[in-house]
Design a protein around this ligand. Structure first.
Ligand SMILES: *Cc1c(COP(=O)(O)O)cnc(C)c1O
Length: 396
């Protein structure tokens, strides 16, 4: 594994000025225990063997690096899709939950807690808890439970308990508060975070578990005789699929890394999730990072048509990487993402997740040389978004 400032934070968990662990004193021992266990266990041969075996036989890795012929022709470059949409449960999230559940098991934990917004992380967590025979409690905003009823049903079917968060706006940030409160009351439970957010060591750990994506991209390109890609493009909610797709390319300065956020109805519409443009430094979910907040430091409710990008912050490693210019960021509106989702369906016969459609939409904003190799990380499949697509495309 190559090291760089975007992969290894300092001892306190800072990537440049962002990161750290801003947590209640009561949680300090639990977070310390997690940090120590992660470092002692997750780099061993024993862990790697179990982890890679499950990724292969349960998740279905390696996922293909698909040469998108019709896109390549249209956009005038060699465009590849990394097919995370083909993972078990339909997205990249399971790479992380597999890694963390093995760690939880190793730590002797019996109860897993998580929060979820759209329900995708809740489903990925409930899935691995079923697999490992561990109790699973998922906190979810009451409003999100209504909006995402099929995912609630999936979690219940997998044996998880879904607890509604009934405070505040009854959405993700309230579910997060509830999960942290639970962890404070029951520090022996294992808190399974779903993106490169949260207190140190979560961002580093989740990026490590997702780094399998860029490890495979690099190997798969090498097999075709190609060198490094010129550009790697990924959408960013908290930033876990992007961190995974960028990981092994951070240290290769020739590779341009492009993070795509949700502009919602427009960056300055008041209904957006474009954190790298609108955000300012503050503490969210236990780390110092860029977040959307008002002048009193209250978190602003984000908006995106895609539930997975509807997050008011961005992981500290991305905040640092964008601030230092290593990663370039773009914002894509709801309308642009919908158009890209339809284009991908029609051109390649792949219905992408709305999140992934944001990454695809950036292709229209770039210009290419014919021999350039572009990798778009297709973070998930579009089945979960079919109702949104149905509403958007009534005249097909
Ligand atoms: C959750 C999700 C995302 C956003 O999460 P990241 O941590 O930013 O990757 C993106 N795509 C899909 C399909 C998702 O389910």
């Amino acid at each position: 594994m190559k090291t760089s400032e975007f992969i290894l934070p300092d001892e306190l968990g800072f990537y440049g000025e962002f990161g750290g662990a801003y947590i209640p004193e009561l949680l300090r021992p639990a977070v310390e225990e997690l940090n120590t266990s992660f470092r002692n266990y997750c780099f061993t041969e024993a862990f790697r063997t179990d982890y890679l075996d499950l990724l292969k036989n349960y998740v279905g890795r390696p996922t293909p690096l698909y040469f998108a012929r019709n896109y390549s022709e249209k956009y005038g470059a060699k465009i590849y899709f990394k097919r995370e949409d083909l993972c078990h449960t339909g997205a990249h999230k399971i790479n992380n939950t597999i890694g963390q559940i093995l760690l939880a098991k190793h730590m002797g934990k019996t109860e897993i807690i998580a929060e979820t917004g759209a329900g995708q992380h809740g489903v990925a967590t409930a899935t691995v808890c079923a697999l490992m025979g561990l109790n699973c409690i998922v906190y979810m905003g009451e409003k999100d439970m209504e909006r995402q009823a099929p995912n609630v049903q999936r979690m219940l079917m997998l044996g998880a308990e879904v607890r509604p968060a009934t405070c505040g706006s009854k959405t993700l940030k309230d579910a997060t508060n509830e999960a942290i409160r639970h962890w404070i009351n029951f520090p022996d439970s294992y808190y399974l975070i779903g993106s490169v957010v949260g207190p140190h060591p979560y961002p580093e750990m989740v990026a490590y578990f997702q780094s399998i994506i860029s490890e495979e991209i690099r190997n798969q390109l090498q097999e075709t005789g190609a060198a490094s890609p010129q550009k790697v493009i990924a959408c960013v909610g908290g930033g876990s699929n992007a961190a995974g797709a960028f990981y092994h390319f951070y240290s290769d300065r020739e590779v341009e890394l492009i993070a795509v956020e949700a502009a919602g109805e427009g960056i300055h519409s008041g209904k957006s999730a474009a954190t790298s443009v609108l955000g300012s430094p503050g503490v969210l979910h236990g780390s110092l990072t860029l977040l959307m907040q008002d002048s009193f430091g209250q978190v602003t409710e984000p908006h995106s048509i895609s539930a997975g990008l509807d997050y008011p912050g961005i992981g500290p490693l991305h905040a640092h990487s964008i601030a230092t210019g290593r990663t370039r960021s773009f914002s894509i509106t709801d309308a642009e993402a919908l158009e890209a989702a339809l284009e991908c369906s029609r051109l390649e016969g792949i219905i992408p997740a709305l999140e992934s459609a944001h990454a695809l939409a950036v292709l229209k904003k770039l210009s290419f040389k014919p021999e350039e190799i572009i990798v778009v990380n297709l973070s998930g499949r579009g089945d979960k978004d079919i109702n949104t697509y149905q509403n958007a495309f009534q005249n097909l």
